[in-house]
Design a protein around this ligand. Sequence first.
Ligand code: SF4
Ligand code: SF4
Ligand code: FES
Length: 295
Amino acid sequence: MMICGSCGMRMDGRTVLACKERIKPIVERGHVPTISAMGNMPVLKDLVVDMSSFWSKIRAMKPWLEPGSEALPEKESLISPAAMQPIQKEALCIMCGCCVSECNSMEADPEFFGPAALAKGFRFVGDPRDKPNVERLEAYNTKHGIWDCTRCYFCNERCPKGVDPRDAIAKLGAESIKEGIDRDMGAKHAKWFVHSARTTGWLRETELVPKTQGVLAAIKETKFAISLARHGKVPPPFPRHVAKDVEQARALHELLSEQGRAGAAGIVQGERGLAGAAHDREDHLQQLRLKAVEP
Ligand code: SF4
Ligand code: SF4
Ligand code: FES
């Protein structure tokens, strides 16, 4: 179950793997689900979609290890499970296309690389045996690349394997900035928000356009800014609002810098933290359940 990735379809409008859906509770509710083909791919017949663009985008990611100029080992290239841990989630992808079916960005721009291909991209960028990371990141920072994602998170929500493609895209963005590949406006915005949070503890959106696109661009947006201000959506830039606990934001930033958590490493660490917290919470709930049934 949930291995071959070939049974993707929409059930009541959301993309699922049919073999993962339990039909009994649906029948018991007396509900008749509406079944249709996956989205963002041309329908060939009934539930069959043409996945050729899906595969060509996966191929464009060069989904194989490139060991660089180092001499290849005579036997297999061994690696410890700990070294593979940062790409553990991305390596789970079964290429079912459920994430692509739900992608908002692809609806607007069918050329967008998409969540599955970009998750595959991070699977290789994050692999310590793969060498040409900068070349890969340059290729993903082009038009239709990582910064065209709208961050709707539907791909994370619908992926049946827990790959969390949106998080993989965030890791590619963080790695790009770490490598100094920050020409895209999306990268500039991300950098500004980090600076803004570190200095004041707030995301200072009113300064975003002048700080990232320049004063001329800001002047062009004056009419829009006045309209936002009229609706109370623009806090006055002066005096600068500094959060009461800004020191905590600064300390966190400093700690991550000291630990060398720039790039994807910081996001992977966050994922581990969240997984640990979820495990502790489940453990705690289990204890409560056991107590409740004690005589
Ligand atoms: S990322 Fe998830 S939803 Fe997307 S193709 Fe891979 S397994 Fe399927
Ligand atoms: S988060 Fe990005 S990649 Fe994922 S579904 Fe939304 S637009 Fe597509
Ligand atoms: S039948 Fe293989 S994933 Fe559903």
